[in-house]
Design a protein around this ligand. Structure first.
Ligand SMILES: Nc1ncnc2c1ncn2[C@@H]1O[C@H](COP(=O)(O)OP(=O)(O)O)[C@@H](O)[C@H]1O
Ligand SMILES: [Mg+2]
Length: 283
């Protein structure tokens, strides 16, 4: 195996600094909300993949189940541009015909419809909002979505898919209240490619020690029973002090099927891993 284990964010930027300015305006300051969250709601979480097939949807479902089991009224939200398989994989109780776009559009009066009437359902107790590639109407964005969920006292876990530069994710990334989770499979190439995502975050949101990179949790999913076990260890060594934490999700035969996920059918160790991931991210 050819390991590269790229040097990470420790290299000084090269080239003409004026170019950098032209290409890259001042980093965005992430805004913290003014009031507190409504009673019982946890910190919202955005899950984004460092590459395709990174475990993003699986991690969203695992976190949503852990959050619901912990007592928060939780919704897993498809925040990809073209629609993911979030509800097809997670709505093991009821797949509702209403999608996120129709919910946000509501009755056309800029008020989302009552969310309880629009949610698909998982047996572990969380709701799901699925979407397809149709755009959100009437200038709604994921800020509209986040505000409506927040006002309703819901804890939102967003499946952002990949890549992180997707325009629809910007309002969620701009909000410092939303915790960021970056997922990769336990492979050397994925660990090396993670660098691009971290650099994009560093370029766009700055990192003075309190920026988004420092608030990011890396999740390494073992999708094959023989996955490289050194990937997480390597990332911990190189990224400690830069990111919040590097967490591993063990290989789980139920998840490996790629079908409908029932949280109760996961191995005890897998459920525990999602529980401690949630505790670390949302604290
Ligand atoms: N811990 C795990 N154990 C076994 N298989 C997994 C695990 N996590 C993810 N997988 C499998 O890996 C594949 C990719 O995961 P998925 O969550 O769909 O990635 P993404 O949403 O980033 O494309 C899926 O088929 C999924 O079932
Ligand atoms: Mg996915």
């Amino acid at each position: 195996m050819t390991d590269d284990w790229s040097r990470w964010l420790d290299e000084a930027p090269e080239g003409d600094p004026s170019d950098d300015l032209a290409r890259d305006p001042a980093p965005v300051v992430r805004l913290r909300r003014r009031g507190g969250r409504s009673g019982g709601a946890r910190r919202p979480i955005l899950v984004v993949g460092g590459c395709g097939g990174a475990g993003t949807t699986t991690t969203t479902l695992g976190l949503a189940a852990a959050s619901a089991i912990d007592g928060a009224t939780t919704v897993a939200v498809d925040a990809t541009a073209a629609g993911s398989d979030l509800a097809l994989r997670g709505a093991d109780k009821h797949l509702h015909p209403v999608n996120l776009q129709s919910w946000v559009y509501g009755r056309g009066d800029d008020e989302p419809a009552p969310i309880e009437d629009c949610l698909s359902r998982s047996t572990s107790g969380f709701g799901l909002l699925w979407r397809d590639a149709t755009p959100l109407r009437r200038r709604a964005t994921y800020l509209t979505v986040a505000r409506a969920l927040d006002a309703g006292g819901y804890t939102a876990i967003y499946d952002g898919g990949n890549p992180i530069a997707g325009r629809q994710l910007r309002p969620l990334l701009d909000d410092a209240d939303i915790a960021l989770v970056l997922t990769i499979p336990a492979r050397v190439d994925a660990a090396n490619r993670l660098r691009v995502t971290l650099e994009w975050l560093d370029d766009h949101y700055g990192d003075d020690g309190a920026g988004v990179v420092a608030d990011t949790t890396i999740v390494v999913s073992h999708q094959y029973s023989q996955d490289d076990s050194r990937v997480a260890e390597h990332l911990r060594e190189h990224l400690s002090g830069w990111v919040r934490e590097v967490v591993e999700i063990p290989y789980d035969p139920h998840l490996a099927r790629g079908e409908l996920v029932r949280h109760s059918e996961l191995a005890e160790a897998t459920r525990a891993a999602y529980g401690s991931l949630l505790a670390g991210v949302a604290s």
